[in-house]
Write a protein that binds this ligand. Structure first.
Ligand code: FNR
Length: 348
C-alpha cells in the first residue's frame, strides 16, 4: 500500500458494486466530481533548494486545537457500509474526524474510541427538535464543533444509485436518529431535510449549543462573507465531493477567492479530490488552514479497518512532509501563494 490508489483498488475488491458506486459516485454527469481531481493535476509547485531547513513539522492549529497534520476526515454517512465496526474503527485511527448526521454508530461509542477532535456534521431537519437533540447528544459526548452542511437542501441526483436502485443493506442505519426507517438515502433527505433553510440557521445553532459552527458547502467569496456575518467560526469550501450541484466549480479553483474574502477572520477548510500530500500543500498555499479527505478514508476502512484509515492518512501526511521539505516550508502556516507556479489556462 504505497498510494491512495492502492487502497482504492483493495476496497473495490471488497465492496459490492452497488456500494462501490454509492461511495464513488457523484451527481448528474459527474463533471464536478472529475473537476475536483483535475484541478490538482494542473498544480505545479515551485521547489526551493538549499534552504537549510531540516525536517519540517506538520502540526497545525485549527479552532484552538492542535492537529498532528492539517488533514482530517470529511463527514460521510454510514461507515458500516465499508467495515462492520464503522465509525468506531475510523475514530480509532486517531485523526480529527467530522462525524455525519447519518453515522451508523452512536456518538457515544465513537467518542469512546476517539483520541483526536470529533466534530458533528449537521443536516438541519424540518423537525428542529430532533435536530436539537442530535446536537445536544453530540455535545454531551464531547464533540468540539458543529459543521452545518449547507449545500444539500435535498440530495443531488446520483445517477449510479438510481440505476442500481441502491438501498442500504439490512443493519446499516443512522444510529443517532430515531423513527427513521428509510432505506434509500435520497428518500430520507426528501422527507426530512429543510429545503428552505436560510442564514438564520447559523444563529439558531449557536443559540442551542456552545460549540463553534462551521458552514460546509461554501463555493463563493460572497457566501463566505455571509457565513461570517451570520456568526460562523469557519467555512468549509466543498461541493460535497461532486455529489450535489453537477457543474459547480472544483473546490481548489475557488479556494483563493474564499480565503481572500474572509482574509483570516475565520477558519477555512476545504475538501474534494485531495489525494496526495502535494494537494494538501497546494491548499495550504492557497489559504486553507486544513483539508478534509473523503472517499479514500472509506477505501482504507474497507481495505483494513482502523489500520487502513491510519494508513491512508499516514500516506497523505508523509507525502505532505516530503513536499514541504522540497519546497522549503518549515510548517503548514508558512505555506503561501509563492509556492504555486501560475499555469497556462487549460485548453478548452
Ligand atoms: C459524503 N459527503 C457527505 N457530506 C456531508 O456533509 N454529510 C454526509 O453525510 C456526507 N455523506 C457522504 C457519503 C459519501 C459516501 C461520500 C463519498 C461523501 C461529502 C463529504 O463530506 C465530502 O464533501 C467529499 O466526500 C469530499 O470529497 P472527496 O475527498 O471524497 O473527493
Amino acid at each position: 500500500m504505497i498510494t491512495l490508489t492502492d487502497y482504492a483498488d483493495a476496497a473495490r475488491e471488497r465492496l459490492g458494486p452497488a456500494v462501490w458506486d454509492f461511495v464513488e459516485g457523484g451527481a448528474g454527469a459527474e463533471r464536478t466530481l472529475a473537476a475536483n481531481l483535475t484541478a490538482f493535476e494542473h498544480v505545479r509547485l515551485r521547489p526551493r533548494v538549499l534552504t537549510g531547513l531540516g525536517l519540517p513539522h506538520t502540526k497545525t492549529e485549527v479552532l484552538g486545537r492542535v492537529w498532528g497534520a492539517p488533514v482530517g476526515v470529511a463527514p460521510m454517512a454510514y461507515h458500516t457500509l465499508a467495515h462492520p465496526e464503522g465509525e468506531v474503527a475510523t475514530a480509532r485511527a486517531g485523526v480529527p474526524f467530522v462525524v455525519s448526521t447519518f453515522a451508523s454508530r452512536t456518538f457515544e461509542d465513537i467518542a469512546a474510541a476517539a483520541t483526536a477532535p470529533l466534530w458533528l456534521q449537521v443536516y438541519c431537519f424540518r423537525d428542529r427538535t430532533s435536530t436539537r437533540r442530535l446536537v445536544e447528544r453530540a455535545e454531551r459526548a464531547g464533540f468540539e464543533a458543529l459543521v452545518l452542511t449547507a449545500d444539500a437542501p435535498r440530495l443531488g441526483r446520483r445517477v449510479r444509485d438510481l440505476r442500481n436502485g441502491f438501498l442500504l443493506p439490512p443493519g446499516v442505519e443512522p444510529a443517532n436518529l430515531t423513527g427513521t426507517g428509510f432505506s434509500a438515502p435520497g428518500e430520507h433527505a426528501l422527507a426530512e431535510f429543510d429545503a428552505a433553510l436560510d442564514w438564520s440557521v447559523v444563529g439558531w445553532l449557536r443559540s442551542i449549543s456552545s460549540l463553534p459552527v462551521l458552514v460546509k458547502g461554501v463555493l463563493t467569496g460572497s457566501d463566505a462573507l455571509r457565513a461570517r456575518e451570520a456568526g460562523a467560526d469557519g467555512v468549509i469550501v466543498s461541493n460535497h465531493g461532486g455529489r450535489q450541484l453537477d457543474g459547480a466549480p472544483a473546490t481548489f479553483d475557488v479556494l483563493p477567492e474564499i480565503a481572500g474574502a474572509v482574509s483570516g477572520s475565520c477558519a477555512v477548510l476545504i475538501d474534494g479530490g485531495v489525494r496526495r500530500g502535494a494537494d494538501v500543500l497546494a491548499c495550504l498555499a492557497s489559504g486553507a488552514d486544513a483539508v478534509l479527505v473523503g472517499r479514500p478514508v472509506l477505501h482504507g476502512l474497507a481495505a483494513g479497518g482502523t489500520d487502513g484509515v491510519a494508513g491512508v492518512l499516514g500516506v497523505v501526511t508523509d507525502e505532505l512532509a516530503e513536499a514541504m521539505l522540497l519546497t522549503g516550508v518549515p510548517s503548514p502556516s508558512d505555506a503561501g501563494p509563492e509556492l504555486l507556479t501560475p499555469t497556462e489556462p487549460a485548453a478548452v
